[in-house]
Design a protein around this ligand. Sequence first.
Ligand code: ZN
Length: 309
Amino acid sequence: MTLSLDDLLNELHDRTKGKFEKKPTVVTKNDSFDVENLPVDKAEWHAIDDVVCVYFDLKSSTNLAKGRRPESTASIYDAGVGGVAKVLREFDAQFLDIQGDGGFGLFWGDKRFERAVTAGISIRTFSRDFTSQLDKKWPDAPSTGFKVGIGSGSLMAKRVGLPRHLEFQEPVWAGNPVNYAAKAAQQSDPERMSVTGSVYDNISANDFIVFSCACGDPSLLWESVTLDKIPDDEKFGQSLGSYWCENHGEEYCSAVLAGKSHRDDVPVSEREKKNRLAEGTVLTHAALKSRVKERERTRSVFAGLGPER
Ligand SMILES: [Zn+2]
């Protein structure tokens, strides 16, 4: 290979100039959006008005590899990242991207919020079992588990790369959902999953997701969280610390995916509490603090889709 750096940089200079002068077209595709049909050699991007992104990230992955045989590290990645990928596929994520110890799934079209959030809860539930098996096998391993964040909004995409070289063509996603979901995941820990404001708004009317199961007195499960790294109102998010219950998980998950949202067993007082909290989404710091205190007090034994750890 003979590379001329000067030629490359000059070529890129002209290319940038050309791209800025002749802007690409953006075509809104929404339900007919198909990753397979993304243009590569045409100056055209495909857009979707609303996409939900589930972002995941394995905590302390660098330290997990330390002092371990490559085969052991490989098996941790296989079990962990492979497991999450399987969950995202089962919940019909339309696109999956994995880079090392993390990645994301994208959901659009019918029941995108329901599929994304139930997938998120399933990843948490899987992560708890994965971590407990890992702890047993390697008791000296650092504490780990999957951090999960969910965001939503408009996206556009194109295959950027070299025409006719499939191995160099990657879909590029431009827009906030992936970025915001990643920031939400970064600020979370494996014990709590965070979702941005618009994600919670879209699922907050679903009793199966919002209130704990019938193993105890159904109560509100979500807590306000301010996602500091997000620059707009999407930062007023919510977080969840529970997992699918062994008794009710299957039933509630199928109910959500079947489009059901109402439960008769949720007390009026808990519904009112949810509505009260939703009214003051934009909170002062002091109000937020006292709210957190109140939540800690009221968090029931059966905080859950299943009990908290
Ligand atoms: Zn239960």
